[in-house]
Design a protein around this ligand. Structure first.
Ligand SMILES: [Zn+2]
Length: 215
């Protein structure tokens, strides 16, 4: 993240009004051009960069995307602690892009209470298909019910795993044993321990995270 990047915000890109709050950020109106499209692509990837979220006490609690982090800042819920050398522009303002944010009010994080979501299951399984043990981009992974729903398998941390489409197809409506597949490891709930390990893993990419994660 060396270069100072300037990006426009229009109402067409993935920087949507729902995500950012159009009234908060303003909008460039209906202008649009080819150069905008190019900028949109670069901006979209910048908006998906990971941002470390600290509790009010500086304890690392989560990783989110730039887009979401900026919403929290604009709402006054969080403030930036570290910045990227990049900005996004709206009609009236330039917004520095955060790398680390901190919640202004302390949030109690109960142990083992990560939301059960596709995103968190892929994070837990490190984007690795739990049957063929290959790593895939998120878009090429689905969630597999180890015990199929048709057999009473539930949507729980212990019964959902990241799975590539190929393995998912060959497994079909069967248990792994029936399909001749073996799980890479037993699926477990996402604990704070797992989550901190993952934050460190992601944090290796961004020097600015180090002092909050490696203590
Ligand atoms: Zn697979």
């Amino acid at each position: 993240m060396g270069a100072n990047r300037h990006m426009s915000v229009d109402s067409r890109g993935r920087y949507t009004p729902e995500a950012m709050g159009e009234t908060l950020l303003g909008s460039e109106g209906p202008t649009g051009s080819r150069s905008h499209n190019l900028l949109s692509t670069r901006r979209a990837s910048l908006m998906q960069e990971p941002v470390l979220v600290l509790n009010a006490t500086y304890e690392p609690i989560n990783v989110t995307a730039v887009r979401r982090a900026m919403v929290l800042m604009l709402k006054g819920v969080a403030q930036a602690e570290e910045m990227h050398n990049a900005e996004v522009h709206s009609a009236a303002h330039a917004h520095k892009v955060p790398s680390v944010i901190r919640l202004l009010a302390y949030r109690h994080i109960p142990q083992q209470s990560r939301a059960l979501s596709r995103k968190n299951i892929l994070l837990r399984d490190r984007n690795t298909c739990q049957f063929c043990v290959r790593v895939f981009p998120s878009s090429e992974l689905t969630l597999d019910h180890v015990v199929p729903r048709s057999r009473g398998g539930r949507s729980t941390w212990e019964n959902l795993v990241a799975c590539c489409y190929r393995c998912n197809n060959s497994k079909g409506d069967r248990t792994p044993e029936e399909a001749g597949l073996k799980l890479a490891r037993r699926p477990r709930p996402f604990t704070l321990h797992t989550s901190r390990q993952l934050m460190r893993l992601i944090g290796h990419r961004d020097e600015r995270w180090r002092k909050y994660l490696f203590y």
